[in-house]
Design a protein around this ligand. Structure first.
Ligand code: DON
Length: 566
């Protein structure tokens, strides 16, 4: 029935917009299907390393450690030892949990560190160079997860990663474009003799020899090599020389947090996602519970009405996000109220199909907005039935652009995820409030939404994406495409996406993904449609358990992403 509706609405769309060149993805595209295990990540080399670890008898947590480090080698755009992230897991026995290895503000950070004497935000200070860097959590993250659940020795997990760093990674065409786009910034921060200052071209091989040495030391000495050893000392020295405020004590103090996941039901699904300091699971719950009563399947896929329902739910959820959410170790979040059915229904009571709700009626503010895909996500299902969903980031493209030549990795600019000044937008156009102000040792609010979905008590989907503020809405639409519209994993990922985040009051749409008829109708209803700056919304990596128990890996064609399984 759902499939029928989808096909008929798709046909209708095609008929009504024949001349409008709306490009719809091919229906029924199947991703990579395997019997036992699946890894999906941003690069083929990385997925191969994850797959190799699983084939050697490792589990999803072993694969996580290898993949996280392999991303630092093969995908420096978003992977690094100098970043942080979140993991959501579900063991084969149904046990669930999350690991928070998000960066933290340095001890010397202050609330107004990015403001000038007139309390104006100093442009670029929270995004470019050493002052933008939060204390990295990636190494602590992989060691904590491995210590609790891993099977193979870390030495064996890191061996293929070190080999890859020495052998080098071939530059893809998309990578050439990314390196070109950010090269001037990299030179501005590091001078023109650093590894990434070179004009790399597609098919060149980038060897990461310095990174290989760092990884070898970590392989030998473990977690403390980074937080209380030679590597850590070198890092602190480098940071201080580069004008930053990171100290040895910052590294020594860094600890991951095991946190209770956000869980909620949606029809017959159970969604398991990341809790604060990520806003991901929290917003996903608010949005999904707000739209659940509207039976999206009957409204059709990407129709005016379904776009309206999703947009209005997103508008309301992001308004709450920006005001209430922050690091739960520092602020108290009225979780029970904000996630209650009464509250969510009340928020949606002002919604009407006849007219858009202006964001100014939900709250205030006018801001700029950009989005991108500079974080990265990977999804793993191992042969034992364990599932791991990890989103990891250095925030912007190549993070703060600060590259530690000696250690071989980029440093994050995660400090920009704090609210530098109440009401002032960050690089994702998200505005923050008191709850997300800068405090020493605090974690900055995130939108990362690594998610696992169960159906009838069994593993159903592992999903996540980069995309800054658009992460939550991309994960949402991917889950809905599978659940409401009966799509497979790859098909669901390929669909065009749209996004609303309360402010600015615009519906961002992927160009060519939505017909002019639909855009015009939405405009007439009072929605501000923006296709101008949007290149891609999200870059989703997902795994779906098919009815016969096989796994379908879906890798987003918006990047060089790849699913590999056996
Ligand atoms: O944690 C966050 O929400 C952001 N630092 C994520 C950054 C991101 O997705 C960059 N790519 N667009």
């Amino acid at each position: 029935m759902k499939k029928l509706l989808l096909i008929s609405s798709f046909l209708l769309l095609c008929i009504s917009c024949k001349k409008e060149q709306t490009q719809q993805p091919e229906a029924n595209v199947i991703g990579v299907v395997s019997e036992n295990a699946m890894v999906v990540s941003a690069r083929e080399e990385v997925s191969e390393i994850g797959n190799l670890i699983l084939q050697k008898g490792g589990n999803a947590f072993d694969a996580m450690a290898g993949i996280e480090m392999a991303l630092a080698v093969a995908y420096p755009y978003a992977g690094s030892l100098g970043g942080g992230g979140f993991m959501v897991y579900r063991l084969d026995n149904g046990e669930i949990g999350t690991l928070d290895f998000r960066e933290k503000a340095p001890l010397l950070a202050t609330e107004k560190m990015y403001l000038d004497e007139n309390d104006e935000v100093i442009k670029g200070k929270s995004t470019l160079g050493a002052m933008a860097v939060g204390i990295p959590g990636n190494i602590a993250g992989i060691y904590a997860s491995h210590e609790k659940y891993g099977k193979l020795p870390m030495k064996d997990i890191l061996a293929p990663v070190i080999a890859l760093a020495k052998k080098g990674v071939i530059v893809t065409e998309k990578q050439e474009l990314r390196l070109k786009k950010y090269r001037d910034f990299i030179i501005e921060v590091n001078g023109d003799s650093s590894l990434f200052a070179k004009e790399w071209k597609a098919n060149d091989t980038i060897k990461r020899l310095q990174l290989a040495k760092t990884l070898e030391r970590i392989q030998k000495n473990g977690r403390d090599e980074f937080y209380d050893g030679e590597t850590g000392y070198k890092l602190v020295e480098f940071m201080q020389k580069s004008g930053g405020i990171m100290t040895k004590k910052d590294l020594k103090n860094y600890q991951v947090r095991w946190r209770k996941p956000i869980t909620f039901s949606y029809d017959d699904l159970r969604v398991i996602s990341m809790a604060p300091p990520s806003s991901g699971g929290f917003c996903l719950q608010q949005i999904m519970k707000a739209i659940e009563p509207f039976h999206l399947d009957s409204l059709g896929h990407n129709t005016v009405q379904s776009i309206q329902v999703i947009t209005e739910a997103e508008r309301r959820a992001y308004a709450d996000r920006n005001y209430f959410l922050g690091d739960p170790d520092f602020v108290s979040i009225p979780t029970e109220t904000l996630l209650s059915e009464t509250y969510i229904n009340e928020r949606m009571s002002t919604f009407s199909f006849k007219k858009a709700t202006p964001s100014s009626d939900v709250s205030h503010g006018v801001i700029a907005f950009t989005e991108s895909d500079e974080t990265t996500h990977y999804s793993i299902v191992d042969p034992f039935g364990n599932a791991v969903s990890v989103t990891t980031t250095i925030n912007g493209a190549y993070g703060s652009k600060l590259y530690c030549e000696e250690l071989g990795f980029f440093l994050n600019n995660e400090m920009d995820d704090f609210s530098s000044k109440p009401g002032e937008p960050n690089m994702f156009g998200l505005i923050g409030a008191e709850a997300n102000k800068i405090e020493p040792q605090k974690r900055m609010l995130s939108s990362m939404t690594p998610t696992i979905v169960e159906k009838n008590g069994k593993l159903f989907m592992v999903v996540g994406t980069p995309g800054g503020s658009t992460i939550i809405t991309s994960v949402l639409q991917t889950i809905l495409n599978v659940h409401e519209y009966d799509m497979g994993m790859q098909e669901a990922i390929n669909q065009p996406r749209f996004h609303h985040q309360w402010l600015p009051d615009t519906v961002k749409m992927e160009p060519d993904g939505f017909s002019e008829t639909i855009r015009n109708e939405l405009t007439q209803l009072g929605y501000f449609i923006d296709v101008s700056e949007s290149i891609v919304i999200g870059k989703v990596e997902g795994i779906l358990v098919l009815p016969d128990g096989k796994l379908e890996g879906g890798a987003d064609p918006r990047g060089d992403d790849k699913a590999v399984g056996f």
